[in-house]
Design a protein around this ligand. Structure first.
Ligand code: SAH
Length: 236
């Protein structure tokens, strides 16, 4: 019994690795969640069991414990279990928790990286770094375990680098408030939903405009917030 934790990429089914596809083809069971594109399940071999462990953010979903129980259940009866996760499993994906759980049961484990969703904002001509404009990027969650804002957002806002926020839509008003507090109301910012997919939506403007623009464009989860001068390169 083996658990392979696999990154599905940001959404576009072509943005998955060859290694991931080969793992999907070998799997006796695939445990997948919301953000992984369902089209990828077509790589399954005959007889492979598909198990939806749907995690819908901010709502009641299978708890991590329930997912662990499913991993154990399928590992007991299958040779190869693939855990398919949106983006990269180790970027806000709890992939390591599942690997640690599997190891505690003596399972063999492996990890296949995926293209994390923030890289797909490049498809809208927003790079994370750009010579002379941004020397780096901070990647922070917009919702901590207890629902509050990470203090690292405050620190990042005081730097000149690009700030990328995952899972930030619920706290968007507070993120905007912080950005204004740290003197950055007019910094370019964007919110991108369903990056890399045909139903992609984007709102682009300055920090102070971000909430209104997001509403106007009907942007909801899953979206990435990006703050910094790189957002505006197109206009330069
Ligand atoms: N492991 C995933 C992240 C899971 S956390 C990854 O590497 O991408 C869930 C968050 O990911 C969402 O709240 C959103 O911020 C982001 N996200 C995932 N897919 C996205 C997409 N296609 N477009 C925009 N944001 C996305």
């Amino acid at each position: 019994m083996e658990l392979i934790v696999v990154g599905a990429g940001p959404g576009d089914p072509e943005l998955i690795t060859l290694k991931a596809i080969n793992a999907l083809k070998r799997a006796d069971a695939i445990l997948y969640d919301n953000l992984a594109n369902k089209v990828l399940l077509d790589y399954k071999k005959e007889g492979c069991e598909l198990v939806y462990v749907g995690k819908t953010p901010y709502q009641k979903y299978n708890s991590q414990e329930e997912i662990h129980a499913l991993i154990k259940e399928y590992a007991d009866k299958c040779e190869v279990v693939v855990r398919l996760k949106g983006g990269d499993p180790f970027v806000f994906g709890r992939g390591m928790e599942e690997i640690m759980f599997a190891k505690s049961y003596g399972m063999k484990t492996s990890y296949i990286p995926g293209i994390t969703s923030m890289l797909a904002i490049g498809l809208s001509d927003i790079p994370l770094t750009h010579r002379g404009i941004s020397e780096g990027f901070w990647v922070i969650t917009g919702t901590k375990k207890d629902g509050s804002l990470s203090r690292d957002i405050e620190l990042a806002l005081q730097s000149k680098t690009t700030l990328v926020i995952y899972m930030g839509m619920k706290n968007l008003p507070f993120i905007v408030e912080e950005a204004i507090k740290y003197g950055k109301p007019n910094t370019p910012a964007a919110v991108i939903q369903n990056a890399s997919l045909p139903n992609m939506k984007m709102a682009k403007g300055t920090i102070v405009e971000l909430e209104a623009l997001s509403k106007e464009h009907g942007i909801t989860h899953p979206a990435i917030i990006v703050i910094g001068d790189v957002v505006n390169l197109e206009g330069i």
